[in-house]
Design a protein around this ligand. Structure first.
Ligand code: NAG
Length: 310
């Protein structure tokens, strides 16, 4: 335990192995961040303004957009700072805070995406009972449940990891305080800690993922039975784009969190975790909304309203 008292800061390595492209990296991530925030803000505004979009699906979508803004704001600004800063240290407290919020928003997203798939399942496979099941209050409860679940996961993992003793090594080979690279710095055998993480991850990631797969399985088999080829094609195109984002998000998360330590390669992990921490937040607004006629129509209406007609 003596060693552990000396550690009060870590060094976040980030992408310093490619420091030749510092400026390029900075510009790329800055653009990704701005587009993510801007795109999601637009979605929140449109859904709030347009009364035609006050349905359960758009309630969840607005919640997801809000979540994505929070989620990217945990990692990218710190990454940007880290790219330009000469001093790459991060205090223990800052690291714990970042891990807490990352897990909070990440786990919430896992649950919220599952609820959104369930919403589509009821809408397509059980349309007559849709308005009964997805009442306003139920939607608020479903969303609140996701946030509560995320909070619980984050509190559990973060307090758990930051109560372990850290050794002398301080270098985190990652661009944010992610679980595995921090766990690598813990003194002694972390076998049981990893088992616990895998079990918790299985609950938080695999269960929603299974629910999503089941929902889409039912949705697709319902679509296949539809009469008109046009509505079949339309339903297919929305579902397939949802499935692509969902698979990217859950696929990389499953690969990162649910596997034995012996297969870790932090450099590969660092790149893969870009998918769930950076890429999906920017894809979600595009796929869930801008490919959607209702949202595009609402956007046009809102813009026209803002332009004075004289
Ligand atoms: C998201 O859902 C939670 C819980 O129902 C609610 O408190 C929050 O206001 C919602 N946020 C947005 C932007 O809709």
């Amino acid at each position: 335990m003596e060693n552990s008292t000396s550690v009060n800061a870590f060094i976040l390595l980030g992408f310093s192995n490619v420091s030749d492209f510092k400026l390029l990296f900075f510009i790329v991530f800055l653009c990704i961040y701005l587009v993510t925030v801007f795109g999601n803000v637009i979605i929140i505004v449109i859904i709030s303004v347009d009364a035609a979009l006050h349905t359960p699906m758009y309630f969840f979508l607005r919640n997801l957009s809000f979540l994505e803004i929070c989620y990217t704001s945990v990692t990218i600004p710190k990454l940007l700072e880290n790219i330009v800063a000469l001093d790459k240290t991060i205090s223990l407290r800052a690291c714990a805070t970042q891990m807490y919020f990352f897990l909070f928003f990440g786990a919430t997203e896992c649950c919220l995406l599952a609820i959104m798939a369930y919403d589509r399942y009821i809408a397509i496979c059980n349309p007559l009972r849709y308005s009964v099941i997805m009442r306003k209050r139920a939607c608020v409860h479903f969303a609140a449940l996701s946030w509560a679940c995320g909070c619980l996961v984050a509190v559990g993992h973060t307090t758990f990891i930051f109560h372990l003793p850290f050794c002398d090594s301080k270098v985190i080979n990652h661009f944010f305080c992610e679980i595995q690279p921090v766990l690598k710095l813990v003194c002694g055998d972390t076998y049981w800690n990893e088992i616990q993480i895998i079990v918790a991850a299985a609950f938080v990631i695999l269960m929603p993922f299974m629910l999503i797969l089941m929902s889409y399985f039912h949705i697709i088999s319902t679509i296949l039975r539809m009469q008109s080829a046009q509505s079949r094609q339309k339903a297919f195109s929305t579902c397939s784009s949802h499935l692509v984002v969902v698979s990217l998000f859950y696929g990389t998360a499953i690969f990162i969190y649910i596997r034995p330590k012996s297969s870790y390669s932090l450099n590969v992990d660092k790149l893969l975790s870009l998918f769930y921490s950076v890429i999906t937040p920017i894809l979600n607004p595009i796929i869930y909304s801008l490919r959607n006629k209702e949202v595009k129509g609402a956007l046009r209406k809102t813009v026209l309203k803002l332009i004075p007609s004289n």
